[in-house]
Design a protein around this ligand. Structure first.
Ligand SMILES: *Cc1c(COP(=O)(O)O)cnc(C)c1O
Length: 424
């Protein structure tokens, strides 16, 4: 079948013969996978290789902003791959310039650096902080970056060090020096750390936080904490860095996560949802801390025409289709319904929290059930969910999710919970 014919009729793509044993023989054993193989998708729906349908409230882990096979995104990437997909940053890339301009015009940032993933965007931010500390901030020799406990910043060596969760660091020591951890939403801890770490040529140069902790259990930042934090950073010449890899690009009902907190970061990063599932990462910063010069940092694939065209389309579609409004309405609908479930099963759940279309539902710590038990039961019902730690269910559907789809997800979740209870 020609590509054009396939585009017009995606259901004509044959289900592949999937062999799980063979997969496990050849692919490195780095993921605990659910026992289904996804073959295709459309909107918020996915089909596995057996032809079974699922409602997707994972969205590639908060990544498929426009869902699957969105016609506008399909058209953009199809046209772009026919025209030009990669040339390297040895040359000017018009699509990269256009995307950077859009981001700068729609955020607090003045400049953008492009790469391919969240971890890489955070690595770029860490390098920028260090160069700023060495060259501008009192020629600091030992700059410290404070990050939060239960944070998540990626899987490279520097970003697992930045990640305040020992389980990601275990067996990969020695870690990268220059990171210290504080509890999230705790101002006193920040103040103490800044004082304690100030000696000789060593001091806190930056504080790097998620506006809402995603992997760490869907924990929103507190407005008061962030307002005070901004003040402390200004008074002490400390850079405020936000990891917006999961919460940026409309996920929270605002374009950027920091808009929920009433503060602007000096540096922030984006990746997951930025190109709707095409790999891209970005690090944004204000002019005053833009100390990179040619040769300081680079990425072969970073900002290539294909990824940038896709990202520009995602951002323009969010604007054109008024998706932020949908995110707010569907998020409220979802959380109201999740709260009803919490009230129905008060022994099972303790809390529902989140912003826009990133919501978490916490299981009671005193019962032996884990988030994985519920997620597995939900998948049996045809609803895809992702855990955020052992006790939190995470709901991150595509930003295009409809009212009826949210209702449907709630129905399936209730059935799944009832099944789990019946089994225990
Ligand atoms: C997913 C995530 C990352 C890592 O992104 P990768 O693209 O997997 O490298 C970093 N920070 C946050 C907040 C994330 O959610």
């Amino acid at each position: 079948m020609s590509p054009e014919a396939l585009l017009k009729n995606p259901s004509a793509i044959p289900e592949s013969d999937f062999n799980r044993e063979e997969f496990d023989t050849y692919v490195m054993n780095t993921y605990a996978r659910f026992p289904i193989a996804i073959a295709r998708g459309e909107g918020c729906r996915l089909w596995d290789t057996q032809g079974r349908e699922y409602l997707d409230f994972v969205a590639g882990i908060a990544t498929c902003t426009l869902g699957h096979a969105h016609p506008t995104l399909v058209e953009t990437v199809t046209k772009q791959i026919q025209k030009l997909h990669h040339v390297s940053n040895l040359f000017y890339i018009p699509e990269q310039g256009e995307l950077a301009k859009w981001i700068v015009e729609h955020s607090c940032a003045d400049r953008v650096f492009f790469c391919n993933s969240g971890a890489e965007a955070n690595e770029a931010a860490i390098k920028l902080v260090r160069k700023y500390a060495h060259t501008v901030l009192d020629f600091l020799e030992q700059p410290v970056i404070l990050t939060a406990q239960a944070s998540f910043h990626g899987r490279t060596l520097a970003t697992i060090t930045a990640t305040g969760q020992p389980k990601y660091q275990k067996d990969f020591e020695p870690l990268v020096p220059g990171f210290e951890y504080v509890p999230y939403n705790d101002l006193e801890a920040i103040e103490n750390a800044i004082t304690d770490l100030d000696e000789g040529n060593r001091r806190v140069a930056a504080i790097m936080l998620e506006p809402l902790q995603g992997e760490g259990g869907v924990r929103p930042g507190e407005i008061d904490y962030f307002l005070q934090l901004r003040k402390i950073c200004d008074e002490n010449n400390i850079l405020l860095v936000f990891d917006e890899v999961q919460v940026g690009v409309g996920r929270t009902g605002k374009l950027w996560g920091y808009e929920n907190l009433g503060v602007e970061p000096d540096i922030f990063t984006s990746a997951k949802g930025l190109a709707g599932g095409i790999p891209i990462g970005a690090m944004m910063c204000k002019k005053f801390c833009d100390v990179f010069e040619p040769g300081n940092h680079a990425s072969t694939f970073g900002g290539n025409p294909f990824a940038c065209a896709a990202a520009l389309t995602v951002l323009q579609t969010i604007e054109k289709e008024n998706l932020l409004q949908n995110v707010q309405a569907r998020g409220e609908q979802l959380r109201a319904n999740l709260c009803t479930i919490v009230h129905k099963f008060p022994n099972l759940f303790t809390e529902v929290r989140g912003w826009g279309l990133i919501s978490g539902m916490e299981l009671n710590a005193d019962i032996p059930l884990t988030s994985m038990d519920i997620v597995n039961a939900a998948i049996e019902e045809g609803l895809l969910l992702a855990p955020a730690g052992p006790k939190v269910l995470r709901f991150v559907p595509p930003l295009i999710v409809s009212e009826a789809e949210v209702d449907r997800a709630i129905e399936m979740l209730e059935k799944a919970i009832a099944k789990v209870i019946a089994r225990t």
